[in-house]
Design a protein around this ligand. Structure first.
Ligand SMILES: [Fe+2]
Length: 397
């Protein structure tokens, strides 16, 4: 365990879920992300309340986006800072092509910097822009260790591809270099998750689903460490950050299976893996035509760019109303892992961060078909901690 450090979210109690807590959460997000948007401590940032008096000057404002409406000839953006809430209107003909592209990916809840002059939007800066330009340390480590990555297994479902999954587990067992396995959520299918879910369940008792999961995962020898990150189908309340599974379910698993929060940061031999199941991906994909279920990587890059895992306070990403925003991305990870939308991503950003979405081990349900999911089945990602090389093993047959 000396090579492993887990930085779970410290969430001992649920927030009070009142307006005061929500305001406090948003203030915390605004203050934190504002720091990433300033060039340096001397940069002058204007308040929204000062905008009219400085209309002709070239100025910078930092705002939280509340709502954005695209009209025929303009964009109408409702936003706020600590001084006031305001609706800003920018005519498309006065916005450069590059900035128009950035306008199209503004969504509720994010914090950005606008550079404005004479009513013209000159540029939009995102909190992660600077850090995405900084190259990560690419030094190779002297280790042969590899990490296997899987997600969305959905044990308990009639659609669970058990034989394929067992083949993959046996492959992991037989590869001595695979020292770690990360399960990025939806290990079990749960009960009552979507309308008609009961029609797709082979095991209708959630506790028995975990007994079955333990039967399978417990065959992994104790020399290999398995990380169990909960997803929205697992037996952990949906509030994000999600708590790790309780003893009621975790007691069935061997000690080498470690339960974490969602999201969590797992450091394996000094490589930082940010693991987030990805409930917010639905809301982001539905908020902008620039995103789709076909390309999880584009959404994941966007999350790194806005430095936040779930900016929208919505149906599928319910931020618990803590006073501190636990979903801010503080540091650029070596690898960023999501699941949830059952698609497959394996590529590296120009700064060196690897993006992985590990597909699924469950056939397509009617509910997912209606949502527009286009799943990729039974692929196992295996990433070398030494040189970062990632191979993909296909277990779909
Ligand atoms: Fe899933």
């Amino acid at each position: 365990m000396t090579n492993i450090i887990i930085k779970n979210k410290q969430i001992n109690e649920l927030g009070s879920c009142d307006l005061e807590s929500l305001l406090s959460l948003y203030s915390n997000r605004f203050q934190n992300l504002s720091q990433n948007l300033k060039l340096d401590s001397t940069e002058k940032i204007f308040n929204l309340s000062e905008l009219e008096d400085n209309f002709t000057k070239k100025i910078s404002i930092i705002i939280r986006i509340n709502n954005i409406v695209q009209q025929l000839e303009s964009y109408s953006i409702n936003c706020e800072d600590f001084s006031k809430a305001k609706t800003l209107i920018f005519f498309k003909e006065k916005v450069s092509k590059g900035t128009l592209a950035k306008l199209k990916i503004l969504i509720e809840g994010i914090v950005v910097k606008f550079i404005i002059e004479n009513g013209i939007l000159l540029d939009i800066i995102f909190p992660g822009d600077k850090s995405l330009l900084l190259k990560l340390d690419s030094t190779h480590l002297k280790t042969k260790s590899k990490v296997a990555i899987m997600s969305d297994i959905h044990i308990g479902s009639t659609l669970f591809r058990e034989e394929n999954f067992l083949d993959a587990i046996n492959f992991i067992i037989n590869d001595a270099d695979i020292k770690y396995l990360i399960l990025a959520g939806d290990v079990c299918d749960g009960v009552g998750i979507y309308p008609g879910h009961e029609n797709n369940l082979l095991i209708t008792d959630i506790e028995k689903q975990y007994v079955k999961a333990a039967e399978i995962l417990n065959i992994i020898p104790k020399e290999k460490t398995v990380f169990f990150v909960p997803g929205n189908h697992d037996a952990s309340p949906l509030f994000e950050p999600q708590k790790k599974l309780t003893e009621r379910y975790s007691k069935y698993f061997n000690k080498n299976i470690i339960f974490t929060t969602n999201p969590t940061n797992i450091f394996l031999e000094n490589r930082d893996f940010l693991v987030y199941h990805g409930a917010s991906l639905d809301g982001i994909i539905s908020s902008s035509e620039e995103f789709s279920y076909d390309d999880a990587g584009k959404v994941m890059e966007y999350l790194l760019r806005i430095k936040h895992l779930a900016p929208k306070l919505g149906r599928s990403a319910i931020s618990s109303w803590y006073n501190i925003d636990h979903l801010i991305i503080k540091n650029m990870p070596w690898a960023f892992i999501t699941g949830h939308i059952h698609t497959f991503t394996n590529y590296e950003l120009s700064n060196g961060t690897k993006l992985f979405n590990a597909g699924t081990w469950q056939d397509l349900s009617d509910f997912q078909r209606r949502l527009g999911h286009k799943p990729i089945f039974c692929k196992l990602l295996i990433c070398s901690l030494g040189d970062g090389f990632t191979e993909v093993k296909d277990f779909y047959a």
